[in-house]
Ligand binder design. Structure first.
Ligand code: PLP
Length: 384
């Protein structure tokens, strides 16, 4: 089936150790503020009275506010080179739809986004951003597709799910020769594009003559964690470092801590090939947590394998303790993290508290929470 771009498929199967970043994508990375800064969390360290040195990579400092444009601009660039005129996709929290709308704007493509109805209603500013960038946004399920109409027939007030939204976006893709479908996580080529984060981080640590002892990131599909850690994982597998890796997920969606390692579908409608991964089952309906970007039943196959083999460890945290950690971070470092990012921060704080001797902990600050203040309002300030 003609769903993805040719280059996307080629990179999905690519075994090369290195893949060059085209000049046009490098130029787009400059617009995204790349290389992004690596910060030392001195105020948080002092507050915790820890012996750990804590560093974080700022993936929030771009016009979209998360790491997602790193792959969006690459995907839009390859699509434009292949004569594609439109990219279709789904979005949950809206961060991926925002990034792809932005990337399509840069490379002169149309963008059509199916946004789960719940988020469409509860995160109106995300929709506004997508529309400002020129994206066309539909609440999903919509009446525009067979899958949307079927879902609405079954449940007229359907809140939407990524499963249905994916089916809608694929339907739109198959309608026109000049449209392709684009995914924001899980797939190998998406993780590959994100490794720009880790490659930069490695150079930045080299500049200060240090190496991390522990690297931490939150996992939804696994792309920001993989992008941040994989260059270091490569070196560790070659015996060049002894870095520990810790992936953090919500207790509400415990794919790697409570799920099974087996073959499963990537979507509810069973349209994707079977993928070997940690999964809660493709029929699993994730509860509506504020970290909507972490609501996926499975995890990227390469990351799942690394966890299965014990190279990467994983841990799960509950929503309240995660928001508490976010509050501590805001009041020390002065930056509001996305609820997804706050999962990594919770793990960082716990690990730092355990340190009896100096240890360098680095985490990926995957996005800001300036459009997630509704969640903060509900879960944080009410408890003071
Ligand atoms: C989407 C998102 C995530 C989770 O997705 P991954 O593919 O696992 O990185 C994490 N943080 C932010 C800010 C996001 O937007």
């Amino acid at each position: 089936m003609r769903i993805f771009t040719r280059e996307g498929v080629r990179q999905e199967m690519c075994l090369d150790e290195k893949v060059a970043i085209p000049d046009e994508v490098r130029e787009a990375y400059l617009r995204l503020g790349r290389p992004t800064p690596l910060y030392r969390a001195r105020r948080l360290e002092r507050y915790l009275k820890t012996k750990a040195k804590i560093y974080y990579k700022r993936e929030d400092v771009n016009p979209c506010g998360s790491h997602k444009p790193n792959t969006a601009v690459a995907q839009a660039y390859y699509a434009s080179k292949e004569g594609v005129e439109k990219l279709a996709t789904e979005t949950g929290a809206g961060q991926w739809g925002t990034a792809l709308s932005y990337a399509c704007m840069l490379f002169g493509l149309e963008c059509e986004v199916f946004m789960t109805r719940g988020s469409y209603d509860s995160k109106p500013y995300r929709r506004t951003m997508m529309e400002l960038f020129g994206g066309k946004v539909h609440p999903s399920p919509s009446k525009l597709t067979e899958s949307g109409r079927a879902a609405l027939k079954e449940m007229p007030d359907h809140p939407g799910s990524l499963g249905v939204a994916i089916s809608e976006a694929i339907e739109v893709t198959l309608r026109s020769e000049k449209t392709r479908y684009s995914l924001g996580s899980v797939l190998n080529h998406v993780l590959l594009h994100q490794t720009v984060i880790g490659e930069e981080t490695m150079l930045q640590f080299r500049q200060i003559d240090a190496t991390p002892d522990l690297m931490i990131g939150c996992i939804g599909g696994g792309s920001n964690f993989a992008g941040f850690c994989y260059p270091f994982v490569r070196d560790r597998l070659q015996g060049k470092n002894e870095v520990d890796f810790l992936a953090v997920e919500p207790t509400a969606v415990p794919s790697t801590t409570r799920g099974e390692y087996r073959y499963d579908y990537g979507d509810t409608a069973e349209l994707t090939p079977l993928i070997e991964m940690y999964t809660l089952g493709h029929k699993f309906i994730p509860p509506p947590i504020h970290a909507a970007g972490l609501r996926y039943h499975g995890k990227a196959p390469s990351l799942s394998l690394l966890i299965h083999e014990g190279v990467v460890s994983s841990v799960a945290y509950g929503q309240d303790e995660v928001f508490e950690a976010a509050k501590m971070f805001v009041r020390t470092e002065g930056i509001v993290p996305a609820p997804e990012t706050a999962h990594a921060i919770k793990a960082v704080i716990d690990e730092a508290r355990k340190c009896r001797e100096e240890r360098i902990i680095a985490f990926n600050f995957s996005g800001h929470g300036l459009l997630d203040l509704g969640g903060y309002e509900q879960f944080l300030w009410r408890r003071e």
